[in-house]
Design a binder for this molecule. Structure first.
Ligand code: IPE
Ligand code: IPE
Ligand code: MG
Length: 246
């Protein structure tokens, strides 16, 4: 189905599809707990939701989809949970190659990927290379990502540029700051979705979401569906974005 066909069928206005959607995928642990299951089962079910939402995003014609998969703070979870998340990530990077190739999706990452276990990094770099030529959508996984760490890293590069005389302090502007972030090659998110009801940002894309529209749903990530996603996108299309201009 073409993206226009899907947007029309779903009641979406093809002219107002957000270019960049970012999602804080939260609630896997609670989903498992409700069912008296191990948290890992929640993460496994959550990985299935990722596939559903990636596919829907591509069909709708979203150009950039950014998913918060693992935060810098998440390293502090139990060793067993971290290991399970790494195993699931590695698995996802292999099993979804076919989907990414069929749908012309390029994989990308933001975050301190050098902190990932070596076998995960090897698999990641294979999938990044495999999908590098794809053009219809960029799927960015935030892996070991924290916005404050990202900003610190940017400040270091800017400070070095000044110290070594490549730029003057006065010439630093918003563009230079944006260029120092992992997200330098993408537009800012138009829409930020968080599942499972928490009204917080949890160190995600602090600079980039300055004017993003926010959508928070109580639905836990493993239960988040294509239908609810479309409903959020419809709601987004009715909003008036003002960017501070009257
Ligand atoms: C989101 O679900 C997945 C990750 C943070 C990796 P959680 O694991 O945070 O689930 P809750 O918030 O405990 O329900
Ligand atoms: C944010 O969720 C990180 C990811 C979705 C990967 P968390 O569950 O880690 O955030 P808090 O603990 O609710 O702030
Ligand atoms: Mg959580």
């Amino acid at each position: 189905m073409s993206s226009d066909a899907l947007t029309t069928q779903s009641g979406l206005d093809p002219a107002k599809v957000p270019r960049h959607v970012a999602i804080i995928m939260d609630g896997n642990g609670r989903w498992a707990k409700q069912r008296l299951m191990n948290r890992v089962r929640g993460h496994e079910k959550g990985a299935e939701t990722v596939r559903t939402i990636v596919t829907a995003s591509r069909e709708i014609g979203i150009a950039f989809l950014t998913l918060y998969a693992f935060s810098t703070e998440n390293w502090q979870r139990s060793a067993a949970e971290v290991a399970a998340l790494m195993r699931l990530l590695k698995n996802f990077l292999v099993t979804e190659r076919d989907l990414m190739m069929r749908h012309d999706i390029r994989l990308s990452t933001i975050g301190e990927v050098e902190r990932l276990p070596e076998d995960v990094r090897a698999t990641l770099s294979e999938t990044l290379s495999l999908t590098a030529g794809n053009r219809s959508m960029v799927l960015t996984l935030a892996l070991s990502y924290g916005a404050r760490a990202e900003i610190v890293r940017m400040v270091r590069t800017v400070a070095t540029d000044v110290l070594e005389g490549r730029i003057s302090a006065e010439s630093i502007d918003e563009k230079r700051v944006s260029q120092g972030l992992y997200t330098r090659d993408m537009p800012d998110p138009d829409l930020l979705i968080r599942t499972s009801g928490e009204m917080r940002i949890s160190n995600f894309l602090l600079w980039q979401i300055a004017y993003s529209e926010l959508a928070i749903t109580k639905t836990l990530w493993p239960d988040f569906s294509r239908e609810e996603y479309l409903a959020i996108l419809q709601d987004y299309q009715h909003r008036e974005r003002r960017f501070g201009i009257a």
